[in-house]
Design a protein around this ligand. Structure first.
Ligand SMILES: [Zn+2]
Length: 572
């Protein structure tokens, strides 16, 4: 396969939050994981201390305008088309992929610049809108533009239908996804968060603007408080209506808390919430719904076609837009569902559906026997700095661990892999290129596993018998290949998001608070996508993690004890 150089053009990108920035960010990561080069092209905006990763280019200045019931951005700048054309030529892109096709400014300017540079254009349409005067007036020239696109993608049938009212194109629907390594229920388990005595904790998360309708949830609060006096509402996000909404919330006193802007810690907010409330009146998709579902958080959402598409299979409670009384009722109902969950019942199936499905995907070992023993596991190495440091700590502390290695990293750092094996640790197979298996075909999966198997065996002299899927994404094709190769598939009891580098003490604290008998602990000594990735925070946290576990009366098991269903903890 020839690696492609892809420009992802987006009017909306971080630090602006929303469905489009999320989509673009993850698409870039997925393209990189497939071996392509993705560059994000957006405009200059207030960064609030955020620093761009190296693959972001900014051209022109972003202005915030009020449109479509919310806040929109347009890019202004001198000779924008010429500057974009120069950038596209300089970076020798093979494809320009515009997010927010046919919308001002970049959705119109970037295709023109790309065509001048002779580069094909793909456009993804993300929005649903009731009616567009602009499209009615400019129908003919816009249709001509659209005809020149190499592909036209909509993120949902709602987004496609909005566009199809004005334009004809061979629409393809490709729904948004969610990163289930980042958004996982794991953080909520253990103490604190949802388990804590009072509640329910309600969450509202988004940009504070009219279309996201925080007002309806605030108006519903008195009714919810009547039934659940311990209820608290956390409002996460910022926006033009924040001060107005803070005034509206004032009579509710300390039951409403405005937490401000958040990006990296969003999973923790979802996980701490008993109920996620999404009263948005207008949506083409529901990325935050997926995020909440991935965290196992029950939902109350507006009854919109786009939200039905995403959440109908979960235990979501649907409520009509803007009806505070209905939202009060729905909030109470969801809180009761959540309370039953907290009392030891099943988690909301939406989360399970996305994470598990053992029947289809075959069993995986997610914990050991329930005695005071835990299993440390490190994924995505070997890595020159972190693996080395971790081996040092494990040797001093005489603690066994398992390392799920990426085949390509073993090829780069064979001596490190040998040192791991010589120290007596378990070496596992974690695919060759850290491929997410849920969309991979049987051939890819077999190749990824076999190539890694052979690389590890020829490097350390022992054939691996433990397999862990990148991000835990399994596939129905995996089971027969696993059986053929006589592997045991491992999941984990909890992870602590150490890949987000939350700080040494925070990593240590998260492990300490989640410890429980038999736990398989997911940590990272490498970066699945970057052989030089920095995992030193995890390495530095390890001595404290070991110390805390011992203080809690735990010892450390070797994961190979659990091979071939050695534990009763097979599957869930
Ligand atoms: Zn991994």
């Amino acid at each position: 396969m020839t690696p492609l150089r892809v420009a992802l053009v987006a009017e909306d990108y971080y630090p602006q939050l929303g469905g489009v920035p999320e989509h673009v960010h993850h698409l870039a990561r997925e393209l990189e994981a497939l071996g392509h080069h993705a560059t994000i092209v957006t405009s200059h905006m207030r960064m609030n201390g955020t620093v761009d990763p190296p693959n972001v280019r900014r051209v022109g200045t972003s202005l915030v305008i009020y449109a479509n019931g919310g806040v929109a951005r347009i890019t202004v700048g001198w000779r924008l088309t010429a500057r974009l054309e120069a950038l596209f030529r300089k970076e020798r892109f093979d494809i320009v992929h515009v997010h927010g096709g046919l919308s001002p400014t970049l959705g119109l300017v970037a295709p023109r610049a790309a065509w001048r540079a002779g580069i094909p254009v793909v456009a993804t349409f993300h929005t649903w809108f009731p009616d567009s005067l602009g499209y009615r007036v400019l129908r003919a020239p816009f249709q001509r533009m659209l005809d020149r696109h190499a592909a036209t993608i909509a993120v949902s049938s709602a987004a496609r239908e909005a566009m199809a009212r004005y334009f004809t194109a061979p629409w393809e629907i490709i729904p948004n996804g969610v990163d289930t390594t980042f958004f996982r229920p794991a953080l909520a388990q253990g103490n604190g968060g949802r388990g804590a005595g009072r509640g329910p904790n309600l969450l509202w998360l988004g940009r504070i603007e009219p279309r996201n309708d925080l007002g309806t949830v605030l108006a519903a609060m008195p009714r919810i408080l009547e039934r659940h006096p311990g209820a608290r509402l956390t409002v996460v996000g910022d926006g033009p209506w924040r001060s107005r909404m803070e005034r509206v919330a004032r009579p509710l006193g300390s039951t409403v808390h405005f937490a401000g802007y958040a990006n990296g810690d969003r999973p923790a907010y979802y996980c701490d919430a008993h109920v996620y409330m999404c009263p948005t009146r207008r949506a083409s998709f529901g990325v935050t719904l997926l995020e909440a579902m991935a965290c196992g958080t029950p939902l109350v959402v507006t009854d919109l076609p786009a939200f039905r598409d995403v959440a109908a299979q979960s235990q979501a409670v649907f409520a009509p837009p803007g009806d505070a009384a209905a939202w009060g009722e729905a909030g109470c109902r969801a809180a009761c569902v959540a309370a039953r969950g907290a009392a030891g019942g099943r988690r909301v199936p939406a989360g399970d559906r996305m994470m598990g499905m053992d029947l289809l995907f075959g069993p995986s070992v997610e914990r050991g026997p329930k005695r005071r023993r835990i299993y440390l596991t490190f994924d995505d190495g070997p890595n020159e700095r972190a693996t080395d440091a971790i081996l040092g700590t494990l040797a001093i502390e005489r603690v066994p661990a398992a390392f799920f290695m990426v085949g390509d990293h073993v090829r780069r750092f064979p001596e490190l892999a040998r040192r791991v094996a010589r120290a007596g640790h378990t070496v596992g197979n974690h695919t060759y290129n850290h491929v997410k298996l849920h969309f991979a075909g049987p051939k890819t999966i077999r190749t990824q596993l076999k190539k890694t198997h052979d690389t590890i065996e020829s490097t350390i002299g022992v054939a691996p018998r433990a397999f862990r899927a990148p991000h835990g994404y399994r596939s129905p094709f995996l089971i027969s290949i696993i059986v053929d190769m006589s592997y045991t598939v491992f999941g984990w009891t909890f992870g602590v998001f150490d890949t987000a580098r939350p700080g040494v003490e925070e990593i240590r604290r998260r492990v300490r608070t989640r410890l429980r008998p038999g736990a398989i602990v997911l940590l990272h000594d490498g970066d699945g996508y970057d052989p030089a990735g920095d995992r030193m925070q995890t390495a530095h946290a390890l001595p404290g993690i070991i110390q805390d576990a011992r203080a809690g009366g735990y010892d450390f098991g070797d994961l190979s004890e659990l091979l071939n269903g050695g534990a009763r903890g097979l599957s869930r």
